[in-house]
Design a binder for this molecule. Structure first.
Ligand SMILES: [Zn+2]
Length: 364
């Protein structure tokens, strides 16, 4: 009897052990695409914008051929196929305000530095009120994770925009922040990193020296992921915001479509790699929203633009319940992302500033 009970207990422990092992997030990849609207995430291409000559380069035919369907489910899937197949089936998506599911900036500014600071610090510091703000005095979650013994030296950030050196306070944080035209690969670049650096130097620079094209940031981050094998990786794409400001709807949509394809590439890589497979969570969001089309404000954002506080987020990973597009009414805030990321990794983010609570339905 005793032996049988012992055997049963052992079997139970083994089952529980295997179960929790399979559910564990050991790596996290945080991805942002700057100022991408929830409207396009959940409804796909907006025909009211695509039909306006000033926004469509006189080629609405291309836009309608490439991204349009009268059916909203088809339409959003044409724009973001990975989002509306794999993430919608296996992950979670928040922010469809038509269904009453809301994600907001908690900060009152609705532009980039305050938004990224809110994402990374889990806290609104109202003193952080310009894109030119000094190095961030507030501890961020990447820095916190890099201080954990198991993660030390396993954290890195890649951003198209040069402000990330300040937003993440690179000198203080202690992990690499490769931003804008920083060369990648440090003192011992791989052959690929050499090539990326050379091509970036000679590339078209539509945003001046403040921001490189997303393609460079993506290839730098992929090379780092494959060779340095970080446990915490942040990738920040910037073109969605830049093309929207420029009123170029086609380029805005194509930048988002490309980011979706890159997330698929990242997911395919991690799911085919023994270190990362079934142990890696992707957290995807944006720094702020934009205005709506009726007021011709979709190109802009900031305090003077109604609705620019409206954002979204998506999560995909082994410990995340497959809720898909969350269709119940609810209210989340951007400041909840930092603790959510920490909890997914098995830590509680504590800092010298308050940290908002994690999203309960992500970390359960
Ligand atoms: Zn902007």
């Amino acid at each position: 009897m005793y032996t049988a009970m012992k055997k049963l207990l052992l079997l139970l422990c083994l089952l529980v052990g295997i179960h929790s092992f399979a559910q564990q997030t050991e790596n996290v990849i945080i991805i942002t695409t700057d100022g991408f609207r929830w409207e396009e995430i959940f409804q796909g291409m907006d025909s009211a914008i695509a039909n306006q000559k000033q926004f469509n380069h006189g080629d609405s035919e291309y836009l309608f051929k490439t991204y349009w369907s009268a059916d909203v489910n088809e339409r959003r899937k044409k724009l973001l196929p990975f989002m509306w197949s794999t993430i919608a089936a296996k992950g979670q998506l928040y922010g469809n305000r038509i269904l009453g599911n809301k994600v907001n900036n908690a900060n009152p500014y609705w532009f980039s530095y305050p938004g990224y600071s809110e994402i990374m610090c889990g806290y609104v510091d109202t003193a952080v009120n310009s894109n030119g703000y000094k190095p961030n005095p507030n501890t961020n979650v990447l820095e916190f994770l890099n201080h954990q013994p198991a993660l030390k030296g396993k954290v890195a950030a890649f951003g198209a925009w040069d402000a990330f050196d300040r937003i993440l306070n690179e000198p203080r944080s202690g992990f690499p922040v490769v931003s804008a035209f920083d060369s990648c690969g440090g003192n011992h670049p791989t052959a690929n990193e050499h090539l990326i650096n050379a091509m970036m130097k000679d590339s078209y620079k539509p945003f001046g020296m403040d921001e490189c094209l997303d393609v460079f940031t993506h290839y730098e981050a992929m090379e780092y992921l494959k060779n340095k094998r970080p446990k915490v990786l942040y990738i920040s794409y910037g073109e969605t915001d830049e093309w929207a400001h420029a009123g170029q709807y086609k380029s805005y949509l194509e930048a988002a479509h490309q980011v979706d394809a890159w997330i698929q590439e990242i997911w395919n890589f991690v799911q085919n790699d023994p270190q990362y497979r079934n142990k890696t969570t992707i957290f995807f969001t944006t720094d702020h929203g934009r205005g709506d089309v009726q007021k011709a404000q979709w190109t802009s954002h900031g305090q003077g633009v109604a609705d620019a506080y409206q954002i979204w987020c998506a999560v995909l990973g082994p410990s995340v319940n497959a809720l898909g597009e969350v269709k119940t009414s609810g209210q989340l805030y951007q400041k909840q992302f930092a603790q959510t990321i920490a909890k997914l990794m098995g830590y509680t983010f504590v800092a010298e500033h308050p940290v908002a609570e994690a999203i309960e339905t992500v970390v359960h």
